[in-house]
Design a binder for this molecule. Structure first.
Ligand SMILES: Nc1nc2c(c(=O)[nH]1)N[C@H]1C(S)=C(S)[C@@H](COP(=O)(O)O)O[C@H]1N2
Ligand SMILES: [Mo]
Length: 245
């Protein structure tokens, strides 16, 4: 893969973030020239970030990663306890709602086991997910006439995503409360993240805070930097323009 330029060498802010691995990954790669320096949970994010720059044959050998790289485009990850968590659902719906963990857990549960695939090339086979299928959640609030898309906002204050309504009605798109057989960890976007099984990982927004049913798709964070809005796995590398780093 290509090596993203370090931020200080970049001509503008967007170009330094031109591939969906995030600013922190770029910073980590600029600061750490070698891998295998550190392992252990305290530095797992950093190790993961460095590993993101490696061929999967190498990074797969680094212990403790479980195959995933932890990505965040913001410098700090939201820290929300399950007890405090709230998901707001609004827009073109009949019954706008604020759903807490118990509300999500009381809705019909869907489980999936799928390969997770980042557009940059790494994959994790056999990942177990559980949560509320998005069509079930949308049925709970009631979709109004004129609805054509569903918009998602992260509690990190920066990351956004969206799906067309027909994409959002797939049963393999879930508002996940569990991942890898337990609660979604903080670094994986817990307490609640989206999982869009048929699309590249950048659609699976972490620290999900808000869902808005809308009359139009609004391109998300990476899509504003050139990645495909329709991010079907296998269609392409998802990248359609701009600076790839
Ligand atoms: N809020 C937020 N969600 C995000 C991202 C991010 O940086 N911030 N990165 C995306 C990308 S590019 C991928 S591949 C996956 C990675 O999920 P993980 O960090 O749990 O491995 O999260 C996606 N969701
Ligand atoms: Mo990704």
């Amino acid at each position: 893969m290509t090596t993203p330029r370090p931020p200080e060498a970049a001509g503008d802010d967007a170009s330094s973030r031109g591939t969906p691995v995030g600013r922190r990954v770029v910073l980590a790669m600029a600061g750490l020239g070698a891998v295998g320096i550190v392992t252990g949970s305290a530095l797992a994010n950093r190790v993961s970030s460095v590993a993101a720059s490696l061929p999967s044959s190498v990074s797969g050998l680094i212990p403790g990663l479980g195959g995933f790289r932890f990505y965040s485009v913001t410098p700090t990850e939201p820290d929300i306890s399950p007890a405090a968590y709230q998901l707001s659902v609004g827009g073109l719906v009949d019954r706008p709602a604020t759903l807490r963990m118990a509300d999500l857990e009381a809705l019909p549960q869907t489980t999936l086991v799928e390969t997770f695939q980042c557009v940059t090339g790494w994959t994790v086979p056999g990942v177990h997910w559980q949560g509320v299928a998005l069509p079930d959640l949308l049925a709970h609030v009631g979709i109004q006439r004129g609805a054509k898309a569903v918009l998602f906002t992260s509690l990190d204050g920066t990351y956004t995503e969206s799906l067309t309504l027909s994409q959002a009605m797939r049963r393999d798109v879930i508002v996940a409360t569990q991942m890898l057989g337990g609660p979604v960890s903080r670094s994986h976007g817990g307490p609640v993240r989206l999982y869009v099984a048929p699309m590249y990982g950048y659609k699976s927004i972490k620290w999900l805070g808000q869902i808005v049913v809308s009359d139009r798709v609004v391109p998300g964070y990476w899509e504003n930097l050139g990645y495909a809005v329709d991010a079907w796995i296998g269609d392409s590398n998802g990248y359609t323009g701009g600076h790839a780093g």
